[in-house]
Design a protein around this ligand. Structure first.
Ligand SMILES: [Fe+2]
Ligand SMILES: [Fe+2]
Length: 198
């Protein structure tokens, strides 16, 4: 199938748009988190923003490569989220958007790409879907912790590490202020991959 006539081309443009916007929104959230002294949250959102921009680049590059200069302007019509970046709502709404990308949008774009004969693009959509699922897990977990006021409270002793000076303490509750460098609690790293996030 001719790429320039394909639905996949439009889907790539929509995906590029969505990823750029997610990258922007996550940077907005990152700034708000920082103004709330939530350094770890802020850094996490910055990392997710970086991931989204990398996804945007994958989609952009496909359009440039496959359209061979014949699609200089692509019109798209799609709905995109515009929600307040305040932490008590934005972490959760971002998690939901990630889940819908992971479970619905990208798998369906992958299927269309395979049907139209663009296997390489189909594979990329599937790989991005898997990343968005991990984003969902991170955001869903952080949203629950933040809303319950339990960012730095656990039922069992946990390793709490200051991201600024590296001081480590094992306790149920993270230190309110780093005993060594006096950084606020929000600087403590939450080891999301090691915690049970379900
Ligand atoms: Fe993404
Ligand atoms: Fe994502």
């Amino acid at each position: 199938m001719d790429f320039n006539e394909s639905t996949t081309k439009i889907n790539l443009a929509r995906s590029f748009s969505a990823e750029c916007q997610a990258g922007a929104r996550y940077q907005f959230i990152s700034k708000i988190a920082l103004s709330d002294s939530q350094k770890f949250l802020s850094d996490t959102m910055k990392t997710l923003a970086k991931n989204e921009m990398a996804h945007a680049k994958v989609f952009y590059d496909y359009i440039i490569e496959k359209s061979a200069g014949k699609s200089k302007n692509i019109g798209i019509e799609a709905g995109y989220p515009f929600e307040s970046p305040e932490l008590k709502t934005s972490l959760n709404s971002s998690a939901e958007t990630e889940l819908s990308e992971a479970k619905n949008i990208y798998p369906s774009f992958a299927k269309i790409a395979y049907d139209e004969g663009f296997d390489d693009i189909g594979k990329s959509f599937e790989m991005v879907a898997r990343v968005e699922e991990t984003h969902y897990e991170i955001l869903d977990y952080l949203s629950k912790l933040y809303k319950s006021g339990n960012m730095y409270k656990r039922k069992i002793p946990t390793k709490w590490k200051c991201s600024l000076c590296g001081y480590v303490e094992n306790a149920k509750n993270g230190f309110k202020e780093c005993p060594l460098c006096k950084a606020p609690q929000g600087f403590i790293i939450i080891d999301i991959e090691k915690e049970d996030t379900k």
